[in-house]
Design a binder for this molecule. Structure first.
Ligand code: TMP
Length: 224
């Protein structure tokens, strides 16, 4: 029997972590693996994923503008999230797709809540409002010591954005925040030691996701 009309049928997986945690590479690899398994996969990211949300992302990550208040930062992120959820994520889930999203609500709790110090309860309420309470079934948290992550990030080719440039102390608070979120929801948020080699992390992710997928009642092959 199908699920009630209007309820999402696909699986929603998010990847989270601090700067230089390798989650973006792992997201790409995971999508390739799931596609090879015959799943219909949508790879997306936050902030972003729609035209407007990507424009908000540029504003959020831009180094050159005026100072952005933590509250303004949060509002921009929630505005982008609502667009993304309504226009991309929910429709894909409704079509039975597996959605892999590089960052989602946990990043807001970690960065704006634990990092910036905004009230966690207020953020949760606003986030529920922005997502319509849509939450991932599975979240992979790529964990790496802050010094290692920042070295990777700052040594790499990618230009530094406004948040990369934050102090090490800020990024330590973000990491501690992610750990607190994982302790709160251990079934949904799985912590992966991302200081291992790229290949070991990829293997860990694949095994974990494949095992978890078997527990979800969903389509296992592409739509015809
Ligand atoms: P990234 O996609 O390269 O990791 O960059 C996105 C940046 O946006 C990253 O520094 C974390 C930040 N961010 C927040 O501060 N709050 C959020 O809710 C999200 C989704 C991202």
């Amino acid at each position: 029997m199908g699920r009630p009309a209007g309820k999402p049928t696909g699986i929603f997986i998010t990847l989270e972590g601090g700067e230089g945690s390798g989650k973006t590479t792992q997201a790409r690899r995971l999508c390739e693996r799931l596609t090879a398994q015959g799943l219909d996969v949508l790879h997306t990211r936050e902030p972003g994923g729609t035209l407007l949300a990507e424009r908000l992302r540029s504003i959020l990550l831009d180094n050159s503008g005026e100072t952005i208040a933590p509250e303004t930062e949060a509002y921009l992120i929630f505005a982008a999230r609502r667009q993304h959820v309504d226009h991309v994520i929910k429709p894909a889930l409704a079509r039975g797709m597996t959605v892999v999203c590089d960052r989602f609500s946990d990043s807001t709790m970690a960065y704006q809540g634990y990092g910036r110090g905004l009230d966690l309860r207020a953020l949760r309420t606003m986030n529920d409002w922005a997502t319509g309470k849509l939450a991932p079934q599975l979240t992979l948290l790529f964990d790496v010591p802050v010094s290692v992550g920042l070295r990777r990030r700052r040594g790499g080719a990618a230009t530094q954005n406004r948040l990369d440039r934050e102090t090490e102390r800020f990024h330590r608070k973000v990491r501690a925040g992610f750990h607190a979120l994982a302790r709160r929801e251990p079934r949904r948020i799985i912590v992966i030691n991302s200081a291992q080699s790229l290949e070991s992390v990829t293997q860990t992710v694949e095994e974990l996701v494949m095992t978890r997928l078997k527990t979800y009642p969903t389509r296992t092959s592409k739509r015809r």
